[in-house]
Design a protein. Structure first.
Length: 191
């Protein structure tokens, strides 16, 4: 009788979710675009914005106002989404005031638009933010970095698999997130 394959270790999806999280994926994409554009000095601004949002969510978590850092409950996402959007606006203002290259501003804007749309969708349906960022990074990476963006294309299926395997999202929620992110990247960065 043939042997069935061993079940996936339940820790693996959680590990991938934590390692390939939206903060890391977008920060790496942003840093690579900044370096490619000859403007690595702008990486500190993005890291500060990401740190602000992560710190806010950690404070909510420590105060037991959210169940987990990744905001698994759709009802917990609205306030952190507002903080995230404010961080994107702040980052865009800094990029504008200090003359950042257009591709860096458009990368930030396109991710901010994807985050805004995802936040709106989440009011009614639980779309995957992890997948939206991974989909955005895959498309933006290829459009802006060429072959240098291929790692993001490899990250995308890992994120989709991890989110579904962890039970955090259905396949349709994960795919919708990835599609949203990729479309937003294409709208702002193609051409």
């Amino acid at each position: 009788m043939p042997q069935l394959p061993a079940r996936t270790d339940p820790a693996l999806p959680a590990i991938l979710t934590n390692v390939l999280n939206p903060f890391v994926v977008f920060s790496v994409l942003y840093a690579l675009v900044a370096v490619e554009a000859g403007a690595p000095r702008f990486v500190a601004a993005e890291l500060a914005a990401a740190g602000l949002v992560a710190g806010f969510v950690l404070a909510l978590r420590r105060g037991s106002r959210v169940g987990d850092f990744w905001l698994s409950s759709r009802a917990e996402r609205l306030l952190p989404a507002v903080v995230l959007l404010a961080a994107f606006v702040g980052l865009l203002v800094v990029l504008h005031l200090f003359g950042a290259p257009g591709e860096l501003s458009r990368t930030t804007l396109s991710m901010g638009v994807a985050a805004t749309v995802a936040a709106g969708i989440t009011l009614f349906w639980k779309i995957s933010a992890h997948s939206a960022v991974a989909g955005h990074a895959a498309a933006a990476g290829l459009l802006l970095l060429g072959a240098g963006g291929l790692p993001f294309l490899l990250v995308l299926p890992l994120v989709l698999w991890a989110r579904v395997s962890a039970g955090a999202h259905t396949p349709s929620q994960a795919l919708a997130g990835a599609g949203l992110g990729a479309v937003c990247a294409g709208l702002f960065l193609a051409g």
